[in-house]
Design a protein around this ligand. Structure first.
Ligand code: C2E
Ligand code: CA
Ligand code: CA
Length: 407
């Protein structure tokens, strides 16, 4: 046996590990061949041969049992060592349900193995069949996640998700209130039969994990388009725009493009009145598909807003690669624009950047008049926040616009 940096080379006939030993690492075979065998009643029983790409010795690490087989190099073999913590860290970081399935499969396998080896020994047979779950708390945690995801899916099937609408206002102009309603942002809510109305922080991560976010976003989209029609019918003056939030999952295929086309067509609406809001992290994954999906949406006339701007990488290359029309200044800068020079500088530079590329700016989370005034002075064109109105039911949102316009 000889060893290079993180790999080990075994000569033909070398023992790599032996049945019954404690295991503190697994091995990835890079080249060569390894014979696996275990002790039977009549001597060593060959189980098979592993080759390049196979991992051996991983089982003892996952369930902390002694090596269940012997591995011998069948020819000169190079292996990379995977330390116990490297494997367990990955398992810990995996989706808890996946980690649980791996551990359960492991336990079942060990149980089955014990039954096969018992060969009629009734005590060994009993132990094999009833091997206890080693970490019942983690098992219940993973089970709890599955139940909560299922609950959200059932609620969606029962029609418990709806959209609230928060007005977006223009900060310029000479209206007596100092602002003019120009659009809405649709924000999803879960109307739970006993717990009442719940915001996305309660369920968005569950919907993301289970994939429900894809139909959920489309549902909100359809509602938002229908609501815009309702607003057109009840309001006089400039037609309002609509912003919807899309999860990164919508950018992995073209389903959203047809979804948007249908929703706008069904509602008889001009796609140019629609903005889709995405965060930078949305576009980081698989940017080539994301870029094509975005360009199809933009071809339809839909506008693209970069949400939470200033919090992510804020890499200028995104601004060049993707055809954004609006930058939404994150609430954290709006919160501190009066107290922190840095925040003020950030806002100033976002506005400068937007102006130079002829993009719109929306400051989100404006709660006080002094914040509004400073943002306006810094050149920010639009705003949104509790100072104007919270996210509201459709009828309330329309009534708010009507009253504000009549002021
Ligand atoms: P976001 O897109 O950044 O939305 C703005 C959030 O700030 C909303 O929270 C809104 O209610 C809240 N907000 C508005 N004005 C103020 C203010 O003056 N002060 C404070 N403190 N908060 C304000 P919400 O509705 O809980 O939504 C949270 C996030 O969930 C959204 O952040 C968005 O990322 C996501 N989301 C909401 N609806 C949808 C949806 O239909 N689809 C997807 N994929 N995500 C959604
Ligand atoms: Ca948003
Ligand atoms: Ca935001």
């Amino acid at each position: 046996m000889s060893s290079r940096a993180s790999t080990i080379i075994f000569r033909q006939g070398d023992t790599i590990f032996r049945e019954g030993e404690a295991g503190d690492h697994a091995l990835l075979i890079k080249s060569g061949a390894v014979s696996i065998s275990r002790r039977g009643r009549e001597g060593e029983v060959p189980l098979g041969t592993c080759g390049p790409g196979d991992v051996i010795g991983e089982m003892a690490i996952i369930d902390d049992s002694p090596r269940s087989a012997t591995a011998i190099a069948a020819e000169e073999t190079e292996v990379a060592v995977i330390k116990r913590h490297q494997l367990l860290d990955r398992l810990d970081q995996a989706d808890p349900v996946i980690a649980r399935i791996v551990r359960t499969l492991m336990r079942r396998f060990r149980g089955t193995e014990a039954v096969l080896l018992a060969e009629g020994d009734s005590e060994a047979l009993r132990q094999g069949l009833t091997a206890p779950e080693s970490n019942p708390t983690a098992a219940m945690g993973a089970y709890g996640d599955l139940l909560r995801e299922r609950e959200v899916e059932d609620a969606f099937a029962e029609g418990q998700f709806e959209a609230f609408y928060q007005p977006v206002v223009a900060l310029g102009g000479n209206s007596p209130t100092g602002f003019t309603p120009v659009g809405f942002e649709a924000l999803v809510r879960w109307r739970h039969p006993s717990r009442g109305i719940m915001a996305p922080e309660v369920f968005a991560h569950l919907a993301e994990k289970s994939g429900l976010i894809v139909p959920l976003d489309r549902h909100v989209f359809g509602l938002a388009a229908a609501f815009l029609n309702q607003a057109d019918a009840s309001l006089e003056g400039e037609p309002m725009t609509m912003s919807v939030n899309l999860s990164s999952r919508q950018f992995r295929d073209f389903g959203i493009v047809t979804g948007v086309e249908h929703a706008m067509w069904n509602a008889g609406l001009d796609p140019r009145r629609l903005q889709v809001e995405v965060t930078e992290s949305t576009l980081i994954f698989d940017s080539s598909t994301a870029r094509m999906v975005v360009s199809r949406l933009v071809d339809l006339g839909v506008g693209l807003t970069l949400d939470d701007f200033g919090t992510g990488y804020s890499s200028l290359s995104y601004l060049i690669q993707f055809p954004f029309s609006v930058l939404k200044i994150d609430r954290s800068f709006v919160d501190s624009v009066l107290q922190s020079e840095t925040s003020e500088k950030v806002v100033r530079s976002i506005v400068g950047l937007a102006d130079s590329k002829d993009l719109g700016t929306v400051a989100e989370g404006i709660e006080r008049t002094d914040q509004q005034n400073r943002l306006r002075a810094l050149g920010c064109r639009q705003g949104q926040g509790y100072l104007y109105a919270p996210p509201m039911l459709p009828d309330e949102a329309i009534a708010w616009v009507r009253e504000t316009r009549n002021h």
